[in-house]
Design a protein. Sequence first.
Length: 311
Amino acid sequence: MAQQNVPSYGGQAVIEGVMFGGRRVTVTAIRRKNQEIEYYEAPRSEYTWANTLKKIPFVRGIVGLIEASANGAKHLNFASERYSMESDDDVYEGPSRLQMVLGVAVVGVLSFLFGKFVFTLVPVFLAQFLLGQWVPAGIPQNLAEGVIKLLLLLGYITAIAQAPLIKRLFQYHGAEHKVINAFESGVELTVENVQKFSTLHYRCGSSFLIFTVIVGVIIYSLFTYETLWDRVVQRIVLLPLVIGVSYEVLQWTNKWRDTPVLRYLGYPGLWLQKITTREPDDSQVEVAIAAFLKMRERDQVAGEERLISAG
């Protein structure tokens, strides 16, 4: 039976490992060449203003994205350093440390910050120059822009997914989802139990990417523009709103995933995850379980220490 009121934990695949973020600490577990699992722990920063903003709908998504970028950079640096220490032992064939860091960045939070502007503005120009003479301005142009954006996104992710390093990264992504699904179902976190669960999850960042495309089409259709440059400026100005609303839609689809009919709202994101996740092997699932359990353990200890200091 699925657990009720399960805390919202976030995960992220890193090089040869997985990062899980709890309420008070984030933990990365990676698999070393000697098969040992190594951990990196980082406490979440306690800023009153940030905690206040994270309680405000449509604003908390942007704050969460900034926080994820900061935490992700620390853990990515740890994982990349450990990778470079062992890269001479043919862990992978080919990529240098620089290529490895760039390869991970294209699917990480750093890629999102830069890529969101690229995938927001490039479709504007393509829709105008390729279809401007045949597709009327307003909602038809916005729909055309959304279709171009979606095709670019799918093509981009499909292309980078062919790289051996990214394929392995996507396997760890699948392992992370399996662990969260198993935990939310209330089963014991063993490799055998976890492997029975899906690599797809409603609360995934991949789903968030799809929702920014869909939500963007809707929001942009509420505003008019006179020139191409008006349209470009409008897209940039409205980008924080699109991100904020998309985050809320992601949370709603996760909340309604067990409700008949409404659960289908999250399907576009799940379809994209069929590209961004792969079935992990038992060793990768073991690493994901280790990261999750360590995060839960450290979260509990941090919470107890906080109570003691407050008392």
